[in-house]
Write a protein that binds this ligand. Sequence first.
Ligand SMILES: Nc1nc2c(c(=O)[nH]1)N=C([C@H](O)[C@@H](O)CO)CN2
Length: 117
Amino acid sequence: MDTVFIEGLEVDTLIGAYDWERGIRQCLHLDLALGWDIRPAAQDDELDKALDYARVIARIDGFAQASRFELVETFAERLAACLMEEFGIPWMRLRVIKPGVNPRVRGLGVEIERGCR
Ligand SMILES: Nc1nc2c(c(=O)[nH]1)N=C([C@H](O)[C@@H](O)CO)CN2
């Protein structure tokens, strides 16, 4: 299966399990690999047949704007379900990184893989 990928996307959202996090917005970094057969789009050189990464990013921004989860796990799970359903993506891998949480690490987070390749 081919993939369309988006690396290092920064999104702004309300996320966190602690009281002090419920009143601020924080940045998450996302890496996505989205399963897609790119051959029809490549054959006809036609955006309508491609998984349009600009539309995917716009949807992710809308999702992050509206979400208020405590855990990065929940953010990852719900975002993956949303993208797979709305864009007809059969398989995807999503890494959600919360930077700056601990000065001794660059980032913490989760990586999930959903669907069938
Ligand atoms: N597995 C997780 N552990 C923790 C999370 C999380 O989302 N998943 N979140 C926190 C806090 O919100 C922390 O990031 C605040 O700095 C702690 N552990």
